[in-house]
Design a protein around this ligand. Sequence first.
Ligand SMILES: [Fe+2]
Ligand SMILES: [Fe+2]
Length: 271
Amino acid sequence: MVEVDRKTFLASLPAGALAVMSHEDKAEALEHYMEDELDDRIAARRGEADGEAGSIITLDELEQEGPRAPRGTGRLFQPTEDEFAPMPDAPTLLDFFRLRFAPANHVLQSATHALTTGQPERTIFACLMHDVVLNLIKGDHGWWGAQLIEPYVDERISWGIRYHGPLRFYADDEFGYEYPEMYNRIFGHDYVPEPYIKQAYEFARGHRYYAEARLITVNDTYAFQDNMDVDIEVFTDIIGRQFKQPKEGLGYDNSPVAHMWRTMANPNRPL
Ligand SMILES: [Fe+2]
Ligand SMILES: [Fe+2]
């Protein structure tokens, strides 16, 4: 399990960032930090390049490094020395997993937990997709993540992904979801979510699809295991049944979200 200690996490934030960060900003930063740290640790264990566990940059190093990309910038748009692998002409969701989202350990583990505990296939797939939009953009990722897949899935799946963000901050005994102790350690016991988060939570709480989002938050908490490897192949059949793959390829089907997929396929395109 990836444990986050307050000092290490805070040191991972850009210099001066804390003073201007809201609690929600910090919660987002924490989640992204944990996902990156998970990928690093698994890569290090496998002996893969770039996988230096504990390679999180320190505050001192950051101060020397100068300007950085804004924190809401997606993973594909962070500074990198790697080339992007070419995409097929008509890319599928599996192509995106292999060529743009990899290693994607957190979502793969989250879907695996849903699978091995006998949850509905729709929930397994929602878990698999719940954070992939972090490759495109990190801010307000529930909303962006829902939009990214909306034309291709059952509406309960995108609905659940949209509201998993706000629900993280609210416990639910019935589902066995506790307010993450880590949030207390990082943000303090007096933390109160911003009004728009609370409003979204209250709307979701009274909605008939509530469980769709709640189950994503439950599986989320089991998906930071640094001793667990999952291959996307495991989910090939589930993807086939739960995702309406456009025959023209993602990005080329003229859907209202095609541009989002094209942007991820071509992170170097300037306009
Ligand atoms: Fe998330
Ligand atoms: Fe997550």
